[in-house]
Ligand binder design. Structure first.
Ligand code: NAG
Ligand code: NAG
Ligand code: NAG
Ligand code: NAG
Length: 491
């Protein structure tokens, strides 16, 4: 119980520090952020270890207490952050504990401040790399043309398809689900596209924290290069996405390549207030998206992907809803998004929470979590558009929460008892992020208890290098509390 309380304090404090530091930075015009970050990130390593060891056994040293200036503690800090959904008693418990155990509180404050600084450091680091990168990003760089022979058509190769051993030339390729063919990297459109989306996300966030127009200018440059400049632009279609070698067209499934389009859309809303923002480029980009949306809804691939029952359909819905909203087609966005959410919950989640179209995949754990990410993004959008997607219950009383809960006991047992084919094993990092968000959204303590248990496993996964660093998570939480938006939470 004491551990849980401490953990609540930790999370609560974390959230409040993020909002407060954000506010302070914002108010003080942020000139000095990078210096500040530079300096504190040095000792981050050390404190994150400290954090690891103290989360099990909490013993503040007298140093921590002496070196802290109590008068700098903002009053009311812990109160504002506990989500409304959390019941009054546990809210009071957090607040009281925080004030009674001021030593603990100060110690956590220090650690969390460092985490926040690490987040800023990471953002600025990534954004500076994006600024410094002078490579061309374009679909026109590939050496193999799409079957259309149009250099401006996007192409990507089907991930799970391999040369056919029965034919001389290996064509057409055949499927081995769950086994990625490294040959996909020989057509770099996909790599550039994803890099573009990531770069623009970091440029937007860096601008937000620094108000440095250099970031905006680079984002504009990249948007122009990828979508507009006649020399390098991409045509607004995905006719050749996820192409299986030996076929004339790509497949509907290639549409998921465009999944993180929300990163661009959300970053634009951050940068468009800058004096360096280019409205002409943005209108051209809107025109491009309008054409792309038309393709998405009328092409054979687009219609088929929309009808997909699994994560492909979910992420199609996420794209379409974000794009409609960005294009100010709000009524359409509402109609589309609400209907999509209901449909996905009813058809994708069984009464007990199993996501049957994902559990039938050979990497069933991964896809069960991945589809949840899509459902979360969709629910967040529909909620913004006036429909409470988080708490919508389908015809069998199932909901997104039921699907989160279904995975929980298996996660806690390291995957034991999971009765589905699952060749890629169990990774927990992404699911833990879902659990953290679940705590914020539904306020159910069991999610925090689970995070506490699973966190060491996630740390281990990160140490092995299979995931981004844990601290990136703070970006997600920050985004959630400042905009009630999940867009920076998932890759
Ligand atoms: C503590 O904070 C107060 C108010 O900002 C400041 O005047 C004082 O110098 C600080 N003391 C220390 C030891 O930093
Ligand atoms: C803005 O960011 C760029 C790229 O990191 C940097 O070179 C430049 O010095 C920054 N300008 C200011 C005023 O901080
Ligand atoms: C710039 O980005 C491209 C595309 O991801 C990458 O191939 C290249 O190595 C990057 N260049 C630098 C200097 O980081
Ligand atoms: C639906 O599920 C919720 C949450 O599990 C439960 O509280 C409610 O009683 C259920 N409703 C019905 C009609 O079963």
């Amino acid at each position: 119980m004491a551990q849980k309380t401490l953990f609540l304090i930790l999370l609560a404090t974390f959230l409040s520090i993020l909002s407060i530091s954000f506010w302070i930075l914002y108010e003080s015009n942020i000139e000095s952020v990078s210096d500040y970050v530079e300096q504190t990130s040095d000792d981050f390593e050390q404190t994150s270890n400290e954090f690891k060891s103290t989360s099990n056994k909490f013993e503040p040293t007298s140093n921590d207490i002496e070196s802290s200036n109590k008068s700098t503690l903002a009053p009311n800090v812990p109160i504002s952050i506990v989500d409304e959904h959390t019941n009054e008693d546990s809210k009071m418990e957090v607040v009281t504990a925080a004030y009674l155990n001021i030593h603990y509180y100060i110690k956590y404050l220090k650690i969390l401040r460092e985490q926040h600084n690490k987040m800023l450091y990471d953002i600025l680091h990534e954004a500076d790399l994006a600024v410094a990168n002078t490579s061309v990003y374009s679909v026109t760089l590939k050496t193999q043309l799409a079957p259309s022979k149009d250099l401006h058509d996007y192409m990507s190769l089907a991930r799970y398809f391999w040369p056919n051993p029965e034919t001389k030339d290996g064509l057409p390729y055949i499927r081995r689900d769950g086994f990625s063919n490294p040959e996909i990297s020989s057509v770099p459109d996909y790599i550039y596209l994803r890099k573009l989306m990531k770069d623009i996300q970091y440029l937007g966030l860096a601008y937000f924290f620094t108000r440095n127009d250099t970031y905006v200018k680079k984002a504009i440059y990249r948007l122009n290069e990828w979508f507009i400049d006649p020399k390098t632009k991409m045509n607004p279609n995905l006719n050749y996405g996820s192409l299986i070698k030996g076929f004339e067209f790509g497949r509907r499934t290639g549409i998921i390549d465009f999944r993180p389009i929300y990163k661009i859309i959300q970053s634009i809303s951050i940068m468009s207030s800058s004096k360096s923002w280019d409205n002409k480029i943005e209108s051209s980009f809107k025109k491009w998206l309008t054409d792309y949306y038309e393709w998405l809804t009328t092409s054979k691939h687009g219609r088929e992907e929309h009808n997909a029952k699994n994560n492909h359909g979910t992420f199609y819905d996420v794209q379409a809803t974000y794009i409609l909203q960005y294009l100010d087609r709000i009524e359409e966005a509402k109609e589309f998004g609400w209907k999509a959410l209901k449909h996905r919950v009813n058809t994708g989640i069984l009464a007990d929470g199993q996501q049957r179209h994902e559990t039938s995949r050979s990497t069933s754990w991964f896809y069960s979590v991945f589809n949840l990410q899509g459902l979360f993004l969709l629910a967040e959008r529909t909620t913004l558009l006036g429909f409470d997607g988080w708490n919508y219950r389908g015809n069998n009383n199932q909901s997104i929460k039921t699907a989160v809960d279904y995975l929980l006991p298996f996660a806690l047992n390291g995957g034991e008892g999971w009765k589905f084919k699952n060749i890629a094993g169990f990774k927990f990092n992404d699911y833990i992020r879902i659990l953290e968000l679940s705590w914020i959204i539904w306020g159910d303590d069991k999610y925090l208890d689970a995070v506490e248990t699973l966190r060491p496993k996630s740390k281990l996964e990160q140490a092995l290098g299979s995931h981004e660093v844990w601290e990136d998570n703070s970006l997600c939480i920050w985004s959630l509390i400042n905009e009630k938006s999940l867009w920076s939470c998932f890759n």
